[in-house]
Ligand binder design. Structure first.
Ligand code: T3D
Length: 270
């Protein structure tokens, strides 16, 4: 796929792998990479050939969050707030659309966390549906160390993944947790000893998703997201609507036929 300077975009057999590709700075985000990731996720959403997305980083890091080299404030000209960056605008235009798309795209997204994930880089891993990590990976809510609050949805996502107490502790200290602790806390789905093993496990899971009933998988994501903000009765009503949609898919018809004919279902994603 042409048109990406800071990402690798590779579709193979229903699986799109997006690789953040600024390894010299642990794949920290400059403006261009954040807009390219937005574009790549939009393309993935539209492309029917893509039935699963893997997000990973080049080199030894997953992503170190915002590239801080573009955030240095000139002390001599900083009387008043004239030269201070508008971080609210940066978040709204650059990071929020990425988090929103990762959560709302109706296709499964696996973060292959190949190394450190810090700041917004950690938040992006949290917003993916699954996380497979190498044992050297670390998760760092680095924001407080530079005088910021966790962004890119971290204060929404992290308590839901590991509970309020642990999430607050990580946010207030900026301390790293390693992959093993992340696994024990339910933040990552599995940890592998080497990058090769993590890549194999990711590929196996991605293959399984890519051959699955893509519509139902998307609706499961939608249901889980919605369930977090509804009471039970409202959710049950919503669930019935989604099951109505799933029940009209070709994959439901195929799934039932395959069961009755005692064979493996061949899902097409339709
Ligand atoms: O600004 C806005 O728009 C608001 C949004 C904010 C979102 C955010 O993400 S704020 C948080 C930003 N990120 C951080 O604060 C993390 C900064 N990085 C680190 O704390 C450490 O680098 C790590 C813990 C991630 C990794 O440590 P280590 O020892 O493994 O590696 P290192 O030596 O520190 O980093 C390797 C290189 O990457 C190094 O460059 P060099 O010296 O070899 O030329 C380092 O400067 C560079 N690098 C790492 N993180 C960043 C970075 N360069 C720019 N920005 C970074 N975030």
């Amino acid at each position: 796929m042409a048109g990406y300077e800071h990402l690798l975009y590779d579709v193979d057999d229903g699986i799109l792998t997006i690789t953040l590709n600024r390894p010299d700075c642990l794949n920290a985000f400059n403006d261009e990479m954040s807009f390219e990731l937005q574009k790549a996720l939009k393309e993935a959403e539209k492309d029917k050939a893509v039935r699963c997305v893997i997000l990973t980083g080049a080199g030894r890091g997953f992503c170190a969050g915002q590239d801080l080299r573009s955030r240095s404030i000139n002390a001599e000209s900083s009387n008043g707030n004239g030269d201070r960056p508008h971080l609210g605008e940066s978040i709204r235009k650059r990071y929020s659309p990425i988090i929103s798309k990762l959560r709302n795209m109706e296709k499964p997204i696996i973060a292959l966390v190949n190394g450190v994930a810090a700041g917004a880089g950690a938040s992006i891993a949290f917003a993916c549906d699954m996380r497979i990590a190498v044992k050297e990976a670390k998760f760092i809510q680095a924001f407080v160390k530079v005088g910021l609050i966790p962004d890119s949805g971290a204060c929404w996502l992290l308590p839901r993944l590991i509970g309020y107490g642990r999430a607050l502790d990580l946010a207030l200290t900026g301390d790293a947790i390693n992959a093993e602790t992340a696994y024990q806390w339910g933040l990552v789905n599995c940890v592998k000893d080497s990058l090769e093993e993590a890549q194999t496990a990711t590929q196996e899971l991605a293959n399984r998703y890519a051959q699955g009933p893509t519509q139902a998988i998307g609706l499961i994501k939608r249901a889980m997201n919605k369930a977090m903000t509804l009471d039970l009765d409202a959710y049950l009503d919503y669930e019935a609507d989604l099951q109505e949609i799933a029940g009209r898919s070709d994959d439901y018809k195929e799934g039932v036929s395959a069961f009755l004919e005692k064979r493996t279902a061949q899902f097409t994603g339709r």
